[in-house]
Design a protein around this ligand. Structure first.
Ligand code: CMC
Length: 428
């Protein structure tokens, strides 16, 4: 029997259906509420609003659980590869060997971008942040593949757009970095794996080939897996909302990259390292910065702490913390910033302010450390996040289209002036 909740308002009773998910999460369906009662719901920042039903990622923030299509993040990070996880997210099942081979071959063979992209890239000053460059280059793909503009085309056409997005993002990402450091761009090499190819495009020079260490390629692959999807976060919701207007996949992903850039979302990984550097430069007094973060008159926050959904621990942070330790040991890297990070974590976790608000280190707290150890420059950290998140954005965009979701268009409670008469400029 289907469950309902009752809302008593203005002397009437409104029945609200309860929608139950496969992990027994319950939601009030308020989609008919306004028509029946005149009420809308108000939920600033969508803290308690489900925007869709989705079969891609399950997250239990109280218990620190994260699963892609039912598979635990711990198991995937240990046993899978980024391309296999991408297939899983986008198509719903782990691929067979032959499916994975075809998928990998298709992606590898589309990694080159049109030569005219170089002309666009050349127009950017070297100061341009790689996230801004990446977002606009992804949007520019619509110019090179005009058929991608119509997402209602055949499924083969949409499939081609998906493959091109996955294939070309590492190239565009590496080139956005080459622009930053004013080095010649490096072309993809098809014999390398997804992660190794990205690293060689970042670090090869006309004078020297960059030899990709297997330790580094594996660590990058694991990081990409951990970032691959995270249900309805800020950038993914952006991708779904932009796509809901039937904008193309490239336009939707470009918007997702822009949303990810902010320091409260993916940009936090860059902000964490900048904060740790600042603490180091200031003499390393961790307590002073913890006090600043607690001070309501100070806008400073401990970057890499807290999460909208995780209220116990972020399972991705646990895996990354261990991976960071392993990589630093394996590569023999001694990073004083890591010591400050560990001290900061200890102090914050024992502090009542953080304990009472359930503020724990999130994925970005340790990812910056590992990216540094792998030689990734600081302003490329959020680009790494975008590379990882791409299959999630694609899967969510595809699901939204296949479910024929309506255009995303929230309501508001208007708090401005009531009707006023126009006043001529000389009388104002
Ligand atoms: N440092 C100090 N205080 C904090 C922090 C922090 N990092 N995060 C939250 N708080 C306090 C906040 O001031 C508030 O206190 P009070 O109840 O006294 O007003 C309380 O904790 C709840 O915070 P909120 O801002 O209402 O929570 P939110 O769910 O809106 O924000 C967040 C979540 C991630 C934006 C926030 O915790 C934050 O700004 N963290 C730092 C940035 C960061 O690390 N972002 C990466 C998130 S993980 C990667 C991703 O998936 O995007």
């Amino acid at each position: 029997m289907s469950k309902t909740a009752e809302l008593h308002y203005n002397g009437k009773i409104f029945k609200l259906p309860i929608v139950t998910g496969s992990e027994n999460e319950n939601a009030l369906d308020i989609s008919k509420l306004r028509g029946e009662s005149g009420l809308i719901t108000l939920d600033r920042g969508f803290k308690n609003t489900g925007s869709c039903e989705s079969a891609i990622t399950f997250l239990n923030g109280e218990e620190g659980v994260l699963k892609y299509r039912g598979y635990s993040i711990e198991e995937l990070a240990e046993k899978s590869t980024f391309l296999e996880v991408s297939f899983l997210l986008i198509y719903g099942e782990l691929p067979t060997q032959s499916e994975l081979d075809t998928f990998t071959k298709d992606i590898t063979e589309h990694s080159l971008v049109h030569e005219d992209v170089r002309a666009i890239l050349d127009g950017y000053p070297s100061k341009a942040h790689p996230m801004g460059v990446l977002s606009s280059l992804v949007s520019s793909l619509t110019a090179f593949y005009p058929r991608s503009l119509d997402p209602n085309r055949s499924s083969e056409q949409v499939e081609g757009t998906i493959i091109r997005a996955l294939a070309k993002l590492p190239t565009l990402a590496a080139w956005s970095y080459k622009n930053r450091v004013r080095q010649p761009i490096v072309y993809p090499k098809n014999h390398l794996s997804y992660s190794a190819n990205f690293m060689q495009m970042m670090f090869s020079l006309p004078t020297t080939d960059y030899k990709v260490s297997p330790v580094i390629a594996k660590a990058i692959d694991k990081l990409l897996i951990l970032h691959a999807d995270h249900e309805q976060n800020c950038s993914t919701s952006t991708v779904r909302v932009v796509g809901s207007s039937h904008a193309s996949l490239y336009a939707s992903v470009s918007a997702g990259i822009a949303a990810l850039w902010g320091p409260l979302h993916g940009g936090a990984n860059q902000a964490v390292i900048e904060m740790l550097e600042e603490i180091k430069l200031d003499g390393g007094d961790v307590d002073k910065f913890v006090a600043k973060a607690k001070d309501k008159n100070d806008s400073f926050r401990l970057m890499g702490f807290g999460h909208r959904v995780y209220k116990s621990f972020d399972p991705r942070a646990t895996i990354i913390k261990k991976a960071a330790d392993d990589v630093l040991t394996e590569l023999n890297v001694v990073d004083p910033v890591l010591e400050i990070a560990k001290k900061l974590e200890r102090v914050a976790l024992e502090d009542d302010y953080f304990k009472s608000r359930n503020l724990y280190p999130n994925v970005d707290f340790y990812s910056g450390i590992i990216y540094r150890a792998l030689g990734i420059p600081t302003d490329m950290f959020t680009v790494m996040f975008a590379l990882g998140r791409l299959p999630g954005w694609i899967a969510q965009w595809k699901e939204m289209r296949e479910n024929h979701e309506p255009i995303g268009r929230p309501r508001q409670v208007y708090t401005g002036e009531n009707a006023r008469s126009y006043v001529d400029i000389e009388n104002r």
